[in-house]
Design a protein around this ligand. Structure first.
Ligand code: SF4
Ligand code: SF4
Length: 439
């Protein structure tokens, strides 16, 4: 694909405004702890999860709550903070060193992470929800690879951070009764330096072989391990920073890529930075699509949007949806395609990835492309039909809970069926139903 970000890192100045986007955090039910006009310091709680009030989300900036944006049914879309011009103010947390960590009980450590507002970095499979602190996970997976285009390169965000990563791994070791699995691909390992020596597993194959769910699918030894936790390497650094330095992390490395991005490189930015700080809208035509969080799994945003807590990439791609002139006679030399229909199969050059759908949605033609690319060997077309028919037992038997939400099935489907979005919605509905049953 055209549009890979360069490894160079540009440290951007602090923006005037940052935002937290509660409705981009899967599963949670946000309850606001601030109102418009309230002053906040770095580390002040902005909202909590109604399901468990210990899950707090803290402000990565000090200033004033400028705007709270609501969506349908009063869902909280964004909490925008106007950053203070001078001193931002900061809430400090206790410091933790290696000795303190070694002597600390699991419950005390969990309390520190919850108080520091970083419980969100941990997530539990299979639903990718925030984990239950009382449950001891059978394993914790930490991913350092970045096969989805175009996420930050681990060799960039881990530069000079091996000691912090090692501390983070020890923290995770205290949380689980089983192994901490640190994985990456062979290419990243070669570039990782001292952090590469800490890897326990090396993954092979194309995206999404480096997804924690896909890794677990291949290494799990029993059904209990289906409830393993995971954390991304970049998020683990935030957690280690909080505990070591006693300060709420405020910055992270993000990557900007995509064929239409004016500058493709890595940036060191504030958490919740405005997207317009990462790509100057003045250098774009206004017709591009802004995708936050990876080309295949991300979501559409705009120049007015902000980076979410979990998202570490912004891709800007051409959004031209007009039909191709004389398309039938176009051999497709530059047209990305999974099938062998186009000459692009023989084209060794990177191709431009855009938003063109080339026609409307059609009925499934049972081509099995979706099954061929599925990393967990599901039959997505069958699962899709079972979901439409509300056959819960059937879609569970067909492996819906193994789905890693990678988006590949929808990408290759020649009938443009929104398979992965349907699976994500069904998985979340099932997770909600199970939670209700437990209450
Ligand atoms: S069903 Fe689709 S989204 Fe789910 S893992 Fe398979 S290819 Fe990925
Ligand atoms: S790729 Fe699309 S058309 Fe082909 S079997 Fe799967 S759902 Fe059906």
């Amino acid at each position: 694909m055209v549009g890979a970000p360069a490894d160079a890192v540009n440290r951007l100045p602090d923006p005037d405004r940052i935002a937290l986007l509660p409705d981009r955090i899967p599963h949670i039910k946000p309850r606001l702890l601030v109102a418009e006009g309230d002053p906040v310091a770095i580390g002040a709680p902005l909202f909590e999860d109604k399901r468990d009030e210990r899950f707090k989300f803290l402000s990565p900036a000090g200033g004033t709550v400028q705007r709270i944006q609501f969506g349908p049914r009063r869902s909280v879309k964004a909490i925008v903070i106007a950053r203070a011009r001078g001193e931002e103010g900061e809430i400090r947390f206790p410091l933790l060193d290696e000795q303190g960590l070694a002597a600390m009980e699991r419950a005390q450590l969990i309390h520190r992470i919850l108080e520091g507002g970083l419980w969100w970095v941990l997530r539990a499979l299979p639903f990718r929800d925030l984990p239950d602190p009382e449950r001891v996970p059978p394993m914790i997976l930490v991913g350092l690879a970045a096969k989805e285009p175009f996420l930050p390169s681990p060799s960039v965000y881990l530069k000079d951070q091996a000691a912090l990563l090692g501390f983070g791994l020890k923290v995770l070791g205290k949380l689980t009764a089983g192994p901490v699995v640190l994985f990456s691909d062979a290419r990243s390992r070669a570039e990782l330096g001292p952090a590469g020596a800490m890897l326990t597993h090396v993954v092979e194959g194309a995206y999404p072989s480096d997804d924690p769910g896909a890794v677990l699918y291949h290494i799990k030894r029993n059904a209990a391990e289906n409830h393993a936790w995971f954390v991304s390497g970049a998020d683990l650094l935030l957690l280690a920073q909080l505990l070591r330095q006693g300060r709420c992390p405020t910055r992270r490395i993000v990557a900007v890529g995509g064929a239409a991005a004016p500058v493709r490189q890595h940036y060191d930015v504030r958490l919740g930075a405005p997207l317009a700080q990462l790509a100057d809208p003045g250098r774009l035509t206004g017709t591009e699509r802004w995708i936050v969080g990876g080309l295949l799994r991300g979501y559409a945003s705009s120049a007015e949007g902000f980076m979410g807590l979990y998202e570490t990439s912004l891709n800007i791609v051409p959004a031209d949806e007009a039909p191709d002139f004389m398309a039938l006679f176009n051999p497709g030399w530059g047209r990305p395609s999974y099938s062998r229909t186009f000459l692009s199969r023989l084209n060794p050059q990177p191709l431009v990835y855009g938003c063109k759908l080339h026609g409307d949605r059609r009925a499934c033609i049972a081509c099995l492309h979706c099954a061929n690319v599925c990393p967990v060997r599901m039959l997505p077309h069958m699962v899709y039909k079972a979901i439409l028919a509300e056959e819960v037992e059937e879609y569970l038997q067909l492996g819906l809970l193994d789905c890693v939400e990678c988006g590949l099935c929808a990408y290759v489907c020649p009938s443009k069926i929104e398979l992965s979005q349907t699976f994500i919605a069904a998985r979340r509905a099932y997770a909600r139903e199970q939670a209700h049953k437990r209450e």
